[in-house]
Design a protein around this ligand. Structure first.
Ligand code: AGP
Length: 618
C-alpha cells in the first residue's frame, strides 16, 4: 500500500511529483523516491528514508530538471524502510527505473533465475526483481519497452501497479496494474499525462481520468493517444475508457483544522446529509435506493446476506447485520475478508455478498468479493472511493458520498457506511413488507435529525479533550457496549489503538465476566457505551461489576441520564435517539477521545506508525 505518481509533458515534473506524493502519503510514508529524465536523456534518482519532506530535502541543490518522471512513497512489505529499499529501483544497466505498489509473490524464483543469468540485486525488495526481469526480456527479445513489460508481467504472480521509465526514451512512460489501483489523468489533447494510485494527486490538473483495469498495460506518449493492451492479448488494443471526475480540491485541504482526522470528525453532520441526499425523503415518508430496484428480485429473495470487510468497515458490517436481521428478517453473516477468502466458504446462488470498504481497494475484501462473484452470488458494494476496484467489481451498490477521507483512522466513512446500511435495511425491509410502516416512518424522521444531533455532540469537543488528557497515562483500556453499541465499543477501541498506541479491547459488556474482568483494577479505564436501550439495566450491572474491582468508568450516556452518571468518573452526554440509530451518535465521542489522547501524547494523528490508509496487499 504505497503511493505512485508519474508525469510526462511540458512542465517540470519534480514539483508535480512531490506534491502528488504528499497527497498520497496516507498510503505509506516510511520512505520515498523519484526518477527524472531530462531532454539530454540523463536520469536523476533521489531516494530517502522517511516522509516525502525528507526526499524533498535530499534533492535540494541537485539537478531535478526534466519533464518526465515517476515517484513513490512506500509502506514496506519486503525489505525494511531504507534509502536502498526505497523506490524507484534501477535495472542492471541503469537504463530502466521502476516504481511499484503491491507484492510480487514469486519474486524468489525469478530472482534465482536472473541471478543465474548474471543479474545483481542491491535491495532486499521484491520490486527490484521486476525491473531486472523487464530488462532481461527487453534485451533477450529486442522488444520495445511496452511489449517487454507485457511479456515480463506474464511471468509474475502477485499484485502490482507499476510505472517504468527508459532513459533512452524520455518521451514515454509504461504503466500496468493487477489488483493494485492505478489511474491516468489526460491533459487537453493528450498534451500531458499524469498517473497515480488514485485521483487525488491528479484532479488539480485534469478532470479526464482513466481507471486502468486489471492486467492492462498502458503506453503513454505525449501528444499521442494512450495505448492499452491486456496481458492475455499482446496484439489488440483496449479502447481507453475516460471518465470526467469532479473532486473539489478544497475538500483535500485541512480547512483550518490541525489534523485531517479532526476535520473529518467535524465534517460528519454534512457528510451524513450528503450521504442521505436524494435517498432519504422525509417529506414523502420514503427511502429511495436505485441499487434495490436494479436487482429487486435477487435482493427480495436473498437467502442470506454475507458482509465481507476489514477493520472499521467490518465494525460497520456488524451494525448492518443487526439492522438487516431486524428490519428484513433475513440471516446475515459478517466475515473478516482475510479469513473468508481462504476458508473455502459455502456461497450459494441466492446469497447476496456485501463488500464494505472506504478505499474500495482493500486487497482481502476485493478477493473475497471476487470469490463471491465466482460462486454466483450477487455482489453488492458499499464504497466511498468512486471508481475504485471494489466499486467496479460490484453488480450493484451504494456510494457513501462522504468525500475523500485522508486521515488513516477512519471516522466519517464509518458513520457514512452505517448510514447507508441503515437506509438499505429500512428500504429493503419495507419493500419486503416485513418492516411496519410505522417503524419505517419513525426511522425516516429520526434519521433526518441525526446530522443536527451530531453537531450537538461536537460542541462537547473541549470537555472531551480535557477528559481525554486524563487517559494519556493508560497502557490498557477496555471498551464495553451491548446490542447496537457493542460494535461501537469495538470501533472506539480500534480508534484508540490506531492513533494513541494504547492497547484497547472492545467487548460485549456481558462477556466481561467471562475473562476480561481479570484485567480490571484502579489503573484500567473502562469506557462504557451506555445509552438508553432495551439492555440499559443490564449494562448498569456490568458497570457495577467493574466498580467492584476499582475500575475507572467513563460512560457515553443519553442526555439527562442520572443512574450511570452516579456510577462514573466521567460521562459524555449525547442526544436521545432510536436504539437502532444510537451508533451514529455514540461513536462520535469515542472518535474524539482517541483523537485528543493521541494529540496529548504528541503523536502523528493523521499518519500513525505502521499503518496506511488503504491496504492493497494481503
Ligand atoms: C480504520 O481506521 C483503519 N484505517 C482500517 O482498519 C480500515 O478500516 C481497513 O483497512 C479497511 O479499509 P477499507 O474500508 O478502505 O476497506
Amino acid at each position: 500500500m504505497c503511493g505512485i505518481v508519474g508525469y510526462i509533458g511540458a512542465r517540470e515534473a519534480f514539483p508535480i511529483l512531490i506534491e502528488g506524493l504528499k497527497r498520497l502519503e496516507y498510503r505509506g510514508y516510511d520512505s520515498a523516491g523519484v526518477a527524472l529524465i531530462n531532454s539530454d536523456h540523463e536520469m536523476s534518482i533521489y531516494k530517502e528514508k522517511g516522509k516525502v519532506s525528507n526526499l524533498e530535502q535530499r534533492a535540494v541543490g541537485h539537478d531535478t530538471s526534466g519533464s518526465t518522471g515517476i515517484a513513490h512513497t512506500r509502506w514496506a512489505t519486503h525489505g525494511e524502510p531504507s534509502s536502498v529499499n526505497a523506490h524507484p529501483h534501477l535495472s542492471e544497466s541503469g537504463r530502466l527505473a521502476l516504481v511499484h505498489n503491491g507484492i510480487i509473490e514469486n519474486y524468489g524464483n525469478i530472482k534465482e533465475y536472473l541471478t543465474g543469468k548474471g543479474y545483481h540485486f542491491k535491495s532486499s525488495t521484491d520490486t527490484e526483481v521486476l525491473v531486472q526481469l523487464i530488462e532481461f526480456v527487453q534485451q533477450r527479445f529486442h522488444l520495445e519497452l511496452g511489449l517487454a513489460v507485457l511479456y515480463a508481467l506474464r511471468r509474475v504472480v502477485g499484485a502490482y501497479a507499476i510505472a517504468v521509465l527508459d532513459r533512452e526514451h524520455p518521451d514515454e512512460i509504461i504503466c500496468a496494474r493487477k489488483s493494485s489501483p492505478l489511474v491516468v489523468g489526460i491533459g487537453e489533447n493528450n498534451s500531458e499525462y499524469f498517473l497515480a494510485s488514485d485521483a487525488l494527486p491528479i484532479v488539480g490538473y485534469t478532470k479526464h481520468i482513466l481507471y486502468l483495469n486489471d492486467e492492462e498495460v498502458a503506453v503513454i506518449r505525449c501528444g499521442k493517444e494512450i495505448t492499452i493492451k491486456n496481458l492475455a492479448n499482446s496484439r489488440d488494443q483496449v479502447a481507453p475508457n475516460v471518465h470526467d471526475v469532479d473532486i473539489d480540491l478544497d475538500k483535500l485541504e485541512k480547512g483550518g483544522y490541525p489534523h485531517y482526522m479532526l476535520k473529518e470528525i467535524f465534517e460528519q453532520p454534512r457528510c451524513i446529509s450528503d450521504c442521505m441526499r436524494g435517498r432519504l425523503m422525509p417529506s414523502e415518508h420514503r427511502i429511495v435506493l436505485s441499487a434495490i430496484h436494479l436487482h429487486r428480485d435477487r435482493l427480495l429473495n436473498a437467502g442470506r446476506f454475507i458482509i465481507v470487510a476489514c477493520g472499521t468497515s467490518w465494525h460497520a458490517g456488524l451494525i448492518g447485520k443487526q439492522m438487516i436481521e431486524q428490519f428484513c428478517q433475513v440471516p446475515v453473516e459478517v466475515e473478516y475478508a482475510s479469513e473468508f477468502r481462504y476458508r473455502n466458504p459455502v456461497i450459494r446462488q441466492d446469497d447476496v455478498v456485501i463488500a464494505i470498504s472506504q478505499s474500495g481497494e482493500t486487497a482481502d475484501t476485493l478477493a473475497a468479493f471476487a470469490l463471491a462473484k465466482e460462486k454466483g452470488a450477487l455482489c453488492f458494494g458499499i464504497v466511498n472511493s468512486v471508481g475504485s476496484s471494489i466499486a467496479r467489481a460490484s453488480d450493484t451498490g451504494i456510494y457513501i458520498h462522504v468525500g475523500p477521507e485522508i486521515g488513516v483512522a477512519s471516522t466519517k466513512a464509518f458513520t457514512g457506511q452505517v448510514t447507508v446500511l441503515t437506509l438499505f435495511a429500512l428500504a429493503l425491509g419495507h419493500e419486503m413488507g416485513v418492516l411496519s410502516q410505522k417503524l419505517y416512518e419513525e426511522h425516516i424522521e429520526e434519521l433526518a435529525r441525526i446530522p443536527e444531533k451530531i453537531k450537538q455532540i461536537l460542541e462537547h469537543n473541549d470537555y472531551i479533550r480535557d477528559l481525554a488528557r486524563t487517559l494519556t497515562y493508560a497502557r490498557n483500556t477496555l471498551y464495553m457496549g451491548r446490542g447496537m453499541n457493542y460494535p461501537v465499543a469495538l470501533e472506539g477501541a480500534l480508534k484508540l489503538k490506531e492513533i494513541s498506541y494504547i492497547h484497547a479491547e472492545g467487548y460485549p459488556a456481558a462477556e466481561m465476566k467471562h475473562g476480561p474482568i481479570a484485567l480490571v483494577d484502579e489503573n484500567m479505564p473502562v469506557v462504557f457505551v451506555a445509552t438508553h436501550h432495551r439492555l440499559y439495566k443490564k449494562i448498569i450491572s456490568n458497570i457495577q461489576e467493574v466498580i467492584a474491582r476499582n475500575g475507572r468508568i467513563i460512560a457515553i450516556v443519553t442526555e439527562g441520564d442520572q443512574e450511570v452518571k452516579a456510577l462514573s468518573s466521567f460521562v459524555i452526554e449525547i442526544p436521545e435517539t432510536l436504539e437502532t440509530l444510537a451508533p451514529l451518535l455514540s461513536v462520535i465521542p469515542l472518535q474524539l477521545i482517541a483523537y485528543h489522547v493521541a494529540v496529548a501524547k504528541g503523536l502523528n494523528v493523521d499518519q500513525p506508525r505502521n499503518l496506511a490508509k488503504s491496504v492493497t496487499v494481503e
